[in-house]
Design a protein around this ligand. Structure first.
Ligand SMILES: Cc1cc2nc3c(=O)[nH]c(=O)nc-3n(C[C@H](O)[C@H](O)[C@H](O)COP(=O)(O)O)c2cc1C
Length: 470
């Protein structure tokens, strides 16, 4: 492995000297002194981000979203939970007879993510980058450019780590984003890169990037060919940090950061401004909690909180199951049960989270999963107003019946029906709820990597999650 050759790199800012700082835009956020959740396709959807924030993440990155999937998306507020959804109709791959269902490309909680959400963009084109970033710019605190994904689906389109080999294009995209999105919307533009195997090349690249007007640079301390299981290499960090600091740009380190406590120690050791956690958060988001505040929580506690957020966010079941498989230890019986579950009701019953059953049933209705219920699965579902009601023997609870009635009314042409029983809130202090607003039609939700727009979307968006090790 090449060693650090930073003879020409600027030295540390002398003690007492004024440290320059790129101004943080009015609606942006300073990445300094932050332990943050990494961008993760599939694992970085809204419920995971809310979970990370609950356990103490200072900022959260959303999953990489490719420019074309967002351009033309419609923004709307979900009347049931107040989340902002960016949706679009799928092209259906040219099959006119296939029923089309709206797809949710990206979802934001404007209350709990306020001032803390960074949107990550996958792009290889300045114009497309600007067009896509403008769609979400009013609802996020920063736009981050993915320049580190090594997978062929990304690099073959010239995106991700391919941008490390086309520095002129990378610089051009960042400069254009700063001018056309960062300045008018008053949010920060940042970039996430990997180290190059030759430190001089990293140095040359970073020296250019920090002059583009970005407010922060995250460095994943692995080279592009390195596998995720290979240990991160940190010997280029002092050089990178030094260049960032000379330019007043915040430097965030990434790679094998496993907890908040460890992240803070590494920040001190390497004089970096922030630390980013990916896989450790995927396995147990309570890694953001300091030891002093309780440290790592048992998996059942984390899974319970995660499911509450999933139900509240109306998360797509497939995505919920994907992360549950990460959070639940493989040997547990619950792991196998969850894998086989076809509805939220099944999952909550399997995990014995009885107080979540009414909300789970309500969400199944909204997502159109209720036809997969098996009668014995709908038993103990106390309503919110009757929290202590013992297990019911009727096949359907009050909450389920109410949800069904409102759905029937809507289907009958009721349009702006008032829901008798809005999806029971399962978490206090959430976004503004407007339960009396009209019920929108059922929606299909897709992960950011699987948008419904088939034709123009690069293959990046259709990879299986296990293949996504960006
Ligand atoms: C499931 C998964 C999805 C990822 N998706 C993205 C992504 O969308 N954008 C990105 O820049 N990096 C992505 N990464 C890489 C992580 O952000 C991070 O750089 C990497 O996992 C190293 O951090 P760690 O050692 O804490 O895992 C992903 C990683 C994983 C495991």
């Amino acid at each position: 492995m090449a060693t650090l050759a930073s003879a020409s790199a600027p030295g540390p800012v002398p003690v007492g000297a004024a440290v320059p700082r790129v101004p943080i835009p009015a609606k942006g956020v300073d990445y300094r002194n932050k332990i943050v959740l990494a961008p993760m396709v599939r694992s970085g959807e809204l419920p995971s981000r809310l979970l990370a924030l609950k356990y103490g993440a200072d900022l959260v990155w959303g999953p990489e979203t490719v420019d074309r999937s967002l351009i033309g998306a419609e923004r709307r507020v979900n009347p049931r939970n107040g989340t902002i959804e960016f949706t679009r109709m799928p092209s259906n791959g040219g099959r006119p007879n296939k029923p089309t269902k709206e797809s949710v490309i990206y979802r934001i909680d404007p209350a709990r993510e306020k001032g803390r959400l960074i949107f990550q963009l996958g792009t290889a084109n300045p114009e497309l980058a600007v067009a896509a970033a403008r769609v979400v710019a009013d609802d996020v605190s920063g736009i981050d450019l993915n320049s580190g994904c090594p997978k062929p689906f990304s690099t073959s389109g010239g995106m991700g780590a391919a941008l490390l080999r086309t520095p002129d294009l990378l610089v051009c995209i960042l400069e254009t984003l700063v001018k056309e999105v960062g300045e008018p919307y008053q949010i920060g533009i940042s970039v996430k890169i990997r180290i190059l195997s030759n430190p001089e090349e990293t140095e040359a690249l970073v020296s250019r990037l920090v002059k583009t007007g970005i407010t922060a640079l995250t460095v994943h301390c692995r080279t592009t060919p390195m596998r995720p299981r290979e240990a991160a290499i940190r010997d280029q960090l002092p050089m990178i940090t030094s260049i960032c600091h000379q330019a007043g740009v915040a430097c965030v380190m990434n790679g094998d950061v496993t907890s908040r406590d460890q992240g803070l120690a590494l920040m001190k050791e390497y004089s970096v401004d922030g630390a980013m956690i990916a896989t450790s958060a995927e396995n147990n988001s309570s890694c953001f909690r300091t030891k002093e505040d309780g440290g790592l929580a048992p998996w059942r506690e984390v899974v319970y909180e995660y499911l509450r957020f999933c139900i509240e966010s109306e998360n797509r079941l497939g995505n919920t199951k994907y992360l549950l498989n990460m959070l639940i230890p493989g040997k547990d019986k619950e792991f196998k049960d969850t894998k086989l579950s076809k509805t939220y009701l099944d999952i909550c019953r399997g995990l014995k989270f009885d107080d979540l059953l009414p909300a789970a049933a309500g969400l199944d209705q909204i997502l159109g999963l209720d036809d997969k219920w098996e009668a014995p699965h709908v038993t103990s579902t106390p309503t919110q107003s009757e929290p202590d009601t013992p297990a019911q023997s009727e096949p359907k609870s009050k909450a389920v019946q109410n949800a069904m009635e409102s759905e029937t009314a809507r289907a009958a042409g009721g349009g702006a029906v008032r829901t008798k029983a809005p999806l029971p809130a399962v978490h206090g202090g959430g976004p503004i709820r407007r339960s009396s607003a009209p019920q929108p039609a059922k929606v299909t939700q897709v992960d950011a990597e699987q948008p419904a727009v088939e034709a123009p979307i690069p293959a990046a968006q259709t990879e299986a999650p296990s293949q996504v090790t960006v």
